[in-house]
Design a binder for this molecule. Sequence first.
Ligand code: PHE
Length: 338
Amino acid sequence: MFKKTEKVKRDLQEEIRAVTTLKDAEQLKIKYLGRKGIIQDFMKLIPTLPAEQRAAFGQQINALKAEVASFIEEVIEKLSREPVLKVNHEIFDITLPGKLPVTGKKHPLTQTIDDVKEVFARLGFDVVYGPEVELEYYNFEALNIPADHPSRTDFDTFYIKNDILLRSQTSTVQIRIMEKQKPPIRIIAPGKVYRPDTVDARHSFMFHQVEGLLVDEGVSFADLKEVLNQFIKTYFGKDVRMRFRPSFFPFTEPSAEVDISCSLCSGKGCSVCSYSGWVEILGAGMVDPHVFKAVHYDTEKYTGFAFGMGVERITMLKHGISDIRLFYENDIRFLSQF
Ligand code: PHE
């Protein structure tokens, strides 16, 4: 008999170790102490025993019952002290702050190009693209910059071989479009350009430009001014002022460089605008008749204007970014701010 009660206790302890929930513990209680449980089975044996053994046997069973009950109560007590909410056996703390999903963002330069596209789309401009690997003809000759032209050095260029190069300006796209289409033309051409500059806070061997071109009958410098005015007010804000300075580009005549009042110091003077209150943002002008001749446009009938701006430059001015290299380092701490 002693052996039997010992076995019951060992079995019970084994089963208690596997218990993880209150429900398991309750089931164990029924299995051992219930009306059809293991202890009751022993009780039922009592009347079958000889009369003189009954008392001793009954005492043993009662002792076993008390021990079993105390083991089971102990687990039930322990489990009911633990937090009720359990998810995959981990404690679920409803007071912890939630985890936000990490969402991707467009690169700041892509955002600027999108903004520029949107302003000009509203003014009726189509977005067009051209190749980055170009023929010398489109980068220079057709734009009125022959081999011996002194301004060639302004567009310092990576040559691949012979007359094939990496374009140094997006003005190439003007020619490619005009070769294929007759006026009226209203396009902007965003894209990468390349110049062998030493990399520093303001220079990079690759950067982005957006070129604009409008050709029609009776287009004047006043149209150019108003289109740029619309763009500047939308992109930089309506308090920003604009000024034109006479300049020179081989493919425009007259030509101008366009400045805006420094958006960082509002024209008061700071290190970004070299204490002048103005910063240059783009080049522009009326398309030179030599360029129209290259694409067989009637120079008596059509006039047009073109402009080109640096995407990095306007993004830096708008957001007060002081180093162009930040755009290319892919540092998430920088990029996630836009
Ligand atoms: N292509 C010129 C540059 O890269 C900018 C420009 C474009 C100027 C169109 C006038 C007209 O500097």
